[in-house]
Design a protein around this ligand. Structure first.
Ligand code: ATP
Ligand code: MG
Length: 299
């Protein structure tokens, strides 16, 4: 048994959410040594253990309180929640943060040759999916009389195989659908990765650790979107220059040694600086315009 004093976090072992989740944990200062094929990875600088599992298992591990936290796609989380509610098993959890990766949508797609005049064209059809609960909920909400056929893999070949009339599957670019002669028709769920915590109260130490980690996660996400902008600007055009800088109400304005005419401006911006704006700044006489990524940020 692993030490119950250590915070247990479930992460997808291998797949679309693994790298980004582990990169986020590392970015918030958790040192990890992940060895292939091991189910558990211990942090070397925090009382944290990672449980590396299939993403399908993560909602249940959190809802049963086997782990304290988990990184999971909302699609999988919502599906497992509906499944558990239907069989009256525990389905509680808290969502701590919606994250900035793992974006995809659950969509209904139909074969190119199928006639489609609107959602009512799905009446009487069989739709293959890995997400029968989400799909059935959608049919009920939309008042459609269709049935979900559960397939755990290769959903996109179901129509060709004669197993179903249409499919309901995760899409990000749509390339897989196209390659299989399918056309996306209805988006039924928009998903991103989330960080969840079990519903049962944690020890004070564990909760304190989580409460310290969450602002770091916010800092990492904010930093990814933000830029540090530096430039030299002629004093005479200071106001015009400021108005061109995105989200810069209060930039730092510093004197330049040996130059009475110009100042240095430093600003943290929530957006990047577009080439067009840089050209306008240049035209006002600005120079040494630098746009730099920010690694970390705090309040
Ligand atoms: P596992 O072996 O862990 O069960 P899996 O095959 O079920 O893996 P992945 O394909 O790695 O899962 O996808 C994991 C999650 O990544 C999805 O549930 C979804 O939340 C997210 N995701 C993001 N983009 C896509 C996409 N284009 N297709 C599928 N999933 C995506
Ligand atoms: Mg899975």
């Amino acid at each position: 048994m692993s030490d119950s004093k250590r915070l247990k976090i479930a992460v997808q072992k291998k797949g679309r959410l693994s790298d980004d989740s582990i990169a986020l944990l590392k970015a918030i200062g958790i040192k990890l040594q992940i060895r292939d094929r091991l189910l558990i990875a211990h942090s070397t600088n925090q009382p944290i253990d990672l449980l590396l599992v299939r993403d399908d298992d993560i909602p249940g591990l959190v809802m049963d309180g086997v782990v304290d936290m988990g990184f999971i796609g909302e699609n999988e989380l919502e599906e497992k929640m509906l499944e558990r509610q239907a069989s009256k098993r525990p389905a509680e959890f808290q969502t701590l943060r919606r994250l900035d990766y793992g974006g995809c949508r659950l969509s209904i797609a139909i074969p190119n040759e199928m006639k489609y005049t609107g959602i009512e064209s799905l009446n009487g059809t069989k739709v293959a999916t890995t997400y029968p609960y989400l799909l059935e909920r959608y049919f009920t909400e939309q008042n459609i009389d269709a049935s979900a056929v559960m397939l755990t893999g290769s959903v996109e070949v179901a129509p060709r195989a004669g197993v179903a009339d249409a499919i309901c599957d995760l899409v990000s670019t749509g390339a897989t659908l196209e390659a299989n002669g399918l056309r996306e028709q209805e988006v039924i769920f928009e998903s991103k990765a989330v960080l969840i915590q079990k519903a049962q109260p944690l020890s004070e130490d564990k909760q304190a650790l989580i409460n310290r980690l969450l602002p770091r996660i916010d800092g990492v996400m904010q930093a990814k979107e933000s830029k540090y902008i530096m430039l030299h600007a002629p004093k005479a055009y200071l106001e015009q220059v400021k108005s061109l800088l995105p989200g810069a109400e209060d930039p730092t304005v510093l004197p330049l040694a040996g130059n009475e005419e110009a100042v240095a401006i430093h600003v943290v911006s929530a957006e990047t600086l577009f080439w067009e704006t840089m050209e306008k700044l240049k035209a006002l006489g600005c120079s040494s315009i630098l746009v730099m990524p920010i690694e970390k940020m705090m309040g």
